[in-house]
Ligand binder design. Structure first.
Ligand SMILES: Cc1cc2nc3c(=O)[nH]c(=O)nc-3n(C[C@H](O)[C@H](O)[C@H](O)COP(=O)(O)O)c2cc1C
Length: 429
């Protein structure tokens, strides 16, 4: 009996010292108090142990991933903590990241039976170019912070799987190289610069490189409060200024990039020193008009979440929209993009294509967006988990999983083309 008890106490002491306790958010003081206590305390402690998360083993090969979440912990292990903070973080308390995910639960599927779904076509056409899937590789900055090959690996995966890819202004690969590695057109995401003469050259360069469209991101113009990024950066003991010349790494905080921090941002380099034309204030719709007048490329606006702004975009000749809150990294609205989507679709009134992004992690999420009127769905973090975990192979595996899940949902819903996916295929939960 005494042996039993001491063995149990030794086991409990071992469990209490496990990092899993810390991960589960238990106070170490509480545990030592319980260990000092008697038999009841042991029981309480065992009870607590029962609430510990079970540590699943991490996948070691890209092909072993069963869903996109399998790649997240592997990437987390591989990516430096400050860079993980940049990837995972949102704004304030990160509530809008959670809201983006929760938004999908407000919709359920209405599966249909006895329809021949032996052949399906999930292709989508943007401005005359057809892709076999409506899953878009969204712009994510600084990808060499997640894997040595960064955007090159992503462009190669986009080529292998034939996805539409959008390259960030603050990519660590140039638009020219991205297009070469993709082996076809890549859209260019635009962060405007404080000097219009630089922005203009950047747009013209993307056009010369062969980009058919620019995606002007407008959701950071008011700034954003990236608490998780800053908190995680403090845990990183490496010398940030080896790469970030502008000081601590704070990309995207103001929607502009510190000119001193451009060493690893090839899209921000190499412009002629023309007489500066400094912007007065932050961009308005007049800036969008200017972009339209500057280029023959299609001009899309990313970050629209209201009917009013969608209608204004159409009025200003915008060619397409991204319903986006920057993956919960812009304002902390706590409003899911899937919730904003119907009103944006209404504002655009079927006149321009609409990509919805934010929290897409399942094929059913993509299906719900299309049922609510989106033309396509954009993904950010999931393909970066694949990249961080296994490079190009990981990106391809994530794309394969999402496509398989989406096409399965199409079949289960009795839809064989994207145009057949309608509001009748889903219902409020
Ligand atoms: C680390 C990170 C960097 C990003 N960089 C950019 C960027 O440079 N330009 C841009 O328009 N959006 C950027 N985004 C937003 C994504 O394009 C997209 O809107 C968002 O990631 C979608 O949400 P998800 O990550 O939940 O899929 C970034 C997102 C993340 C997570």
């Amino acid at each position: 009996m005494t042996t039993d008890r001491s063995a149990r106490r030794r086991f409990l002491a071992f469990v209490a010292s496990s990092p899993l306790f810390a991960a589960a958010g238990f106070e170490p003081g509480l545990l030592s108090g319980l260990l000092r206590g008697g038999r009841d305390a042991d029981r309480d402690l065992l009870d607590l142990a029962g609430h510990l998360p079970v540590q699943e083993s991490l996948i070691t090969r890209a092909q072993d991933g069963l869903d996109v979440f399998d790649f997240e912990p592997v990437a987390r292990k591989a990516i430096p903590v400050a860079h993980w903070g940049y990837l995972a973080g949102g704004t304030d308390d990160d509530a809008t990241i959670a809201a983006n995910r929760a938004g999908f639960d407000r919709w359920v599927l209405n599966p249909r039976r006895l329809i021949d779904v032996s052949r399906i076509d999930a292709s989508v056409t943007f401005f005359g170019t057809t892709y076999p899937t409506p899953i878009v590789i969204n712009p994510v900055g600084s990808q060499k912070a997640f894997h040595a090959q960064g955007e090159v690996a992503v462009a190669r995966a986009a080529r292998a799987k034939d996805h539409l890819m959008v390259l960030s202004t603050v990519a660590t690969t140039s638009i020219e190289d991205a297009i070469a590695e993709r082996g076809g057109p890549v859209w260019f995401q635009l962060y405007h610069q404080s000097d219009w003469s630089v922005t203009k050259q950047m747009v013209q360069r993307a056009e010369r490189a062969g980009a058919p469209a620019i995606v002007f991101t407008v959701d950071l113009l008011g700034g954003s409060n990236r608490v998780t990024l800053l908190r995680e950066s403090r845990k990183d003991t490496r010398e940030c200024t080896r790469c970030h010349l502008g000081g601590p790494p704070l990309p995207g905080l103001t929607g502009r990039v510190d000119a001193a921090d451009n060493r690893r941002k090839p899209n921000l380099k190499g412009y002629e020193k023309l007489p500066p034309q400094l912007e007065r204030g932050t961009p308005t719709w007049e800036f969008v008009d200017r972009l339209k007048q500057t280029t023959r490329m299609k001009v899309l606006v990313k970050g629209i979440v209201t009917e009013e702004d969608a209608a204004l975009a159409v009025e200003h000749g915008v060619d397409g929209l991204f319903v986006s809150n920057h993956g919960g990294r812009a304002e902390n609205s706590r409003r899911a993009t899937i919730t904003s989507l119907p009103e944006v679709v209404k504002g655009a009134n079927g006149r321009i294509p609409i990509v919805c992004d934010g929290g897409f992690r399942r094929g059913t999420d993509v299906f719900k967006a299309l049922a609510l009127g989106a033309t396509a769905a954009g993904i950010g973090r999931p393909y970066i988990w694949g990249l961080g975990a296994f490079g190009q192979e990981g990106v391809e595996a994530v794309l394969t999983i999402l496509r398989k899940e989406f096409e399965l949902t199409m079949k289960q819903s009795g839809t064989t083309t994207l145009s057949q996916i309608s509001r009748r295929h889903i219902a409020p939960a």
